[in-house]
Design a protein around this ligand. Structure first.
Ligand code: NAP
Length: 245
């Protein structure tokens, strides 16, 4: 019987939601966060038992403090933290505004950074942190400059965490998804036609002959959260159906 409690930031839709469902089906207790009440309510309704959710904006440090205090009261300690909350808005380098720069970095990097920092006191020994980055870190896509920078920054701290947090039994690994069909595309500012072209391109050129789905990411995240990966440190698992080969 699984007794682990896992927190998924941004677990209300897409990859985070699929991971929540997968973990719950395996007996984990799951805590979800999100920014939007309606999405949180929908997710909790669909997931049923062994899950709770909090509205918590990962880019707001005092909301992270509140979340950690609530989790400490409810669970005491947490076994796994999936740093998943993130946004992508397509913009060329030349068109990237200061506000898009700040929004993307605040959620994808700064929020992730301080979530990890503030969770340290409530993580068990041993425990696992999984960072959701992206293939953009090593494969180039136009119109992703600030998103790429945010994910590269996040990925870069995994090795530092593995050295500094080793005495506390906290390990950090990375899941690096390829283009995955999720609500993120519709929120990106891309036209419907551009989204269809993107998904078609990755379906037709992928060795697996289809686009990656959030359900494809979930078992990999579970592996990295579970004791099956106890000796892994700074490992990056690319889940892209082979599109970057
Ligand atoms: N889909 C892909 O192709 C792909 C590829 C590589 C990596 N990723 C990464 O995977 C992660 C999940 O993306 P997804 O594709 O599953 O997209 P998604 O369906 O849009 O999920 C994003 C999740 O993050 C939450 N979120 C966004 N900003 C937040 C904030 N400030 N505070 C708390 N929660 C916040 C969203 O909640 P609200 O709806 O309430 O905002 C939602 O639950 C992201 O980090 C993304 O960069 C995605």
């Amino acid at each position: 019987m699984n007794t682990k409690t896992v927190v998924i930031t941004g677990g209300t839709t897409g990859i985070g939601f699929a991971c929540a469902k997968y973990l719950i089906d395996l007996g984990y207790k799951v805590v979800l966060t999100g920014r939007t009440q309606r999405n949180l309510d929908n997710a909790l309704l669909k997931l049923g038992k062994n899950v709770i959710g909090y509205l918590s904006d990962t880019s707001n440090l005092s909301e992270i403090d509140t979340l950690v205090a609530q989790l400490k009261n409810t669970f005491g300690k947490i076994d796994g933290l999936f740093i998943n909350a993130g946004i992508f808005k397509a913009s060329s380098f030349e068109d990237t505004s200061e506000s898009l720069f700040d929004e993307t970095m605040s959620i994808n990097f700064k929020g992730a950074f301080f979530t990890i920092q503030k969770f340290i006191p409530i993580l068990t020994n041993p425990s696992s942190i999984v960072l959701n980055t992206s293939i953009v870190v090593f494969k180039t896509f136009a119109d992703t400059a600030v998103y790429t920078a945010s994910k590269a920054a996040l990925e870069s701290i995994a090795k530092v965490l593995n050295i500094e947090l080793a005495p506390k039994g906290i390990r950090t690994n990375v899941v690096s998804p390829g283009v995955t069909e999720s609500p993120i595309q519709k929120k990106s500012g891309m036209s419907d036609e551009a989204i269809t072209n993107l998904l078609d391109h990755f379906s037709s050129t992928s060795p697996i002959g289809r686009i990656v789905q959030p359900n494809d990411i979930a078992p990999i995240v579970e592996f990295l959260i579970s004791d099956k990966s106890l000796v892994l440190r700074n490992e990056k698992i690319i889940v892209d159906g082979g599109t970057t080969l």
